[in-house]
Design a protein. Sequence first.
Lengths: 141, 403
Amino acid sequence: MKFLLILLCSLGASAAARPSAPPVAEDPVFELSLLDLMSIDYRPGKKLPAWVHALDGHRVRVEGYMALGTPEGLEKFELVWDSCGCGQSIVNHFIEVTLTEETTAFNPDIIFVEGVFTVGEIREDGFVVSLFRLKAPTIQQ
Amino acid sequence: MRAAALLFALAATAPLQDEGDPAAEAKRLFEVATEGSPRVRSQASLRLAALGETGAALVRERLETDGGYLSLGPALYEALVAFEDQRMRAALWESLEDVMNPWRPAGARALAKTAKIEEQPQFETLLSDRISAVRAEAVLGVEAGDMGRAKEALRPRLTDENGRVRRRAAAALARLGEHAALAWLVEDLRRDDTWLDMRLGRIARAEAAQALGGILGRDAITGYSSRSAPDSPETAAKIQAIEERCRALAGEEWPELPDIARAPSLIEGEVIGVELRSCRHGELLLRWTQDDRLVIGEGDTDIRQLPEGSTAHLLERAQAALETLGDQRSFGDPGCDLERHHFRLPDTTRAWTIQLSKGPEAVPDLRPAALHPVAEAMIRTVGDDLRRDLEVSLESLGGPLPD
């Protein structure tokens, strides 16, 4: 844990940019910005930056929008930065959120999710279908 | 050059499924790029580009059909710049001239990321596009051209009605050496405004911090959190420190901000809002307050007084619509066109949102009939200068209004 804190702080932590380490050392929750994940120069197969790997398996809090068109009553949804439906899904532009204590309901507002973050390519038929995942009990307003 | 580098990188990293038969692999990738899961279409498009002429031939063939670029789907459309074929790039530029093209922001983004110096005049034209997302993307393309010319073109965008365009222009100008533009980004760190339940200030803070971190270095924003209220003592002190650093860079040039760039104040009593975002017709955001004011746009710079009772009449119709619609709040399929109605009824703290969304195709009856009286009342309350725009936007999104 100490290594993680040192690594994140040495990267110039900021909630709006790099995740920041809160002052409480016990069970810390790191703030993570989708904007930072989106700014990674990612290509399938390419190694992710150390600061992203440093968050793997740790608790993070992240804000964003439920992807437009998310059906109701699902356990999983894509958390994205922009509420607009324009553009396309790019794997480092969303976090796949799994809810453990509720299911999705239509919500056009900005939301938060807090839970354990995992990092790594999941491939199907040779394509990366997921890069960032988060398991959270509920959606926070 | 950047496109060539991208192609080289892709060729080096993209695993080919069937290296023995490039034509079969190209066909497979083309199908995934156009009809596969949205999560993988972009990857398939770039792999197709990495195949070289075999992939390009398939795309050219499709471009020559009646459907043209629209038959490619948004992912392959955006990836046209990755093909080593100038005709593809030209086709993308040409498609931006089609005002009915639903993917103009994606096209502008793709071109801007691989901008060529000689394209600067074309990007300058896009800076005054009616769609804010296109203007925002064009900033990067302009920045990549001649520095002096870029500065001239970008300065007017500092008063753009859209906050994201202002932020992008300010960041670009600062990168080009006009550090006075950092004042726009520092001001956005102080925004805490909302648009009914949408926390626009918070989005502005996060994006401004991201831009400042890129310009000043990560250490400059260490400890700043866009989640914290900007007036909390700790955050206010951090913003002050960031401002001092920016002022030191700007020297004597620290500017007085125009009203549109100032952190908007709280709009008291906002009860009805309509958010119209069309990938073809642009955006229109309107709010009505309990004391009969009409607030136009994202901020607080255009507020008009309406006749007494205007908002009460709208609220009655909104209440009736909500009763008819029950728990149904979302209509249509995901797409680039959005019509959102926000209703904050008396004695409630949060707004109800009814959302209509659709793709490029017209959906004549997308708007449920229960919302028509609300839309009609909205049109009646706005002034002559806005009425036509509001009608066109509503009809292009939720479909025709009853006569």
